[in-house]
Each structure stands twice: as structure tokens, then as C-alpha cells.
Design a binder for this molecule. Structure first.
Ligand SMILES: CC(C)(COP(=O)(O)OP(=O)(O)OC[C@H]1O[C@@H](n2cnc3c(N)ncnc32)[C@H](O)[C@@H]1OP(=O)(O)O)[C@@H](O)C(=O)NCCC(=O)NCCS
Length: 153
């Protein structure tokens, strides 16, 4: 499979997501954050996957040709700076370049607006390649190291 070229990206406000797409997005996030990464420490209240905030977001999805969603992220796009979160690629499709393609797609839709995210620290070098910079001290969320990163700010 030429995985690099076989995903197409689109984005939707929450109310415009189909039930199937919403289910697929939550399935990937559950697989990645709750199972692959085991982010289940809910002591600070920030690791609850279904946190009630999806309704305020635009959702980016990457689909294979058969419509299967394999990459997702949410964008708080009615605030400044914008905020990116819940960035995940289906474990069966990681390291195929889809995360890179999602970041490129994100750039194409935010029109150089300032944006931030709370990134997992292990990805600092990777995000830096796409123009993101660390903007604060490391902190622990969901039991793992994070850092605030910004772009266009
Ligand atoms: C982080 C994440 C979103 C990245 O998505 P991805 O699709 O795996 O990312 P990519 O494949 O575009 O790039 C990741 C690495 O794979 C490499 N890669 C890309 N295509 C590849 C290929 N065909 N074969 C092998 N490696 C490849 C990239 O070079 C990159 O490595 P680098 O760090 O040396 O640059 C994904 O791995 C994920 O969901 N991780 C778990 C959740 C997570 O950490 N989310 C982010 C929270 S801030």
C-alpha cells in the first residue's frame, strides 16, 4: 500500500459530523489514549476522554479510500490563540506519514493564525520540525510529561 498518498483530509464542526464519523473518532482516541498510552489517571480531571468539549471544536479527520478514519485531531477554533488537541493516528497506521499530513492540513486551514497545544514532551523535536516552539515549563498531565507549544505567535 502506498500509505503516504492514500489519505484525504477534511474537517467538520461537531454538529456536522455523522454518527459513524463521531464513533470512529472516539474509537481511535480510546485505542490510542486509553489503551496504547494508558492515560487513565483521572485525578486531575483532564484525562477523561469524553470530556464534553468536543461540541466546541472543529474536528479534522484523515480517511483511507474506503472512508475508514485513521487520523484525527480537534481544534478549538473559536478562540485566540486557537488550540489543537486529541491528535491521534490509529495504532495500526502510525509511522506512515499520516500525522505529518494532518499537521500540513492543519496549516492549510488555520491561515497562519496563532495556535497552541499541550504537547506530549516526547514529541517536542518532531513538532519543532513543523514550526512549533516550546513556550513554558514541562508539566505532568494524565501522568505523563507535557509542554505548552505554540506556532504563529
Ligand atoms: C504522534 C502521532 C499523532 C504521529 O502520527 P504518525 O502518523 O505516527 O506520524 P508520522 O508517521 O507522520 O511521523 C512520525 C514518525 O514516523 C516517521 N515516518 C513517517 N513515515 C514513515 C514511514 N513510511 N515509515 C517509517 N517511518 C515513517 C516520521 O519520519 C516520523 O519520525 P521522526 O520523528 O523521525 O520524524 C501518532 O504517532 C500517535 O497517535 N501517537 C500516540 C498519541 C500521541 O502521542 N498524540 C500526540 C499527543 S501531543
Amino acid at each position: 500500500m502506498n500509505a503516504q498518498s492514500s489519505v484525504r483530509f477534511s474537517h467538520y464542526r461537531f454538529d456536522d459530523l455523522s454518527l459513524v464519523d463521531l464513533y470512529d473518532i472516539l474509537k481511535i482516541r480510546s485505542l490510542v489514549f486509553n489503551h496504547q498510552q494508558r492515560l487513565i489517571d483521572i485525578s486531575d480531571g483532564k484525562c477523561i476522554e469524553i470530556d464534553g468539549k468536543d461540541v466546541f471544536c472543529t474536528h479534522i479527520v484523515g480517511r483511507l479510500q474506503d472512508n475508514q478514519i485513521v487520523a484525527t485531531a480537534r481544534l478549538f477554533d473559536r478562540q485566540s490563540p486557537l488550540k489543537l488537541g486529541r491528535f491521534a493516528v490509529d495504532p495500526d497506521f502510525q509511522k506512515h506519514g499520516f500525522g505529518t499530513q494532518l499537521l500540513d492540513y492543519l496549516d492549510s486551514i488555520i491561515d497562519s493564525k496563532p495556535i497552541e497545544m499541550d504537547a506530549q514532551s516526547y514529541l517536542i523535536d518532531w513538532y519543532s520540525k513543523f514550526g512549533w516552539s516550546v513556550s513554558g515549563p514541562e508539566f505532568i498531565e494524565c501522568g505523563i510529561k507535557h509542554v505548552r507549544m505554540i506556532k504563529n505567535l
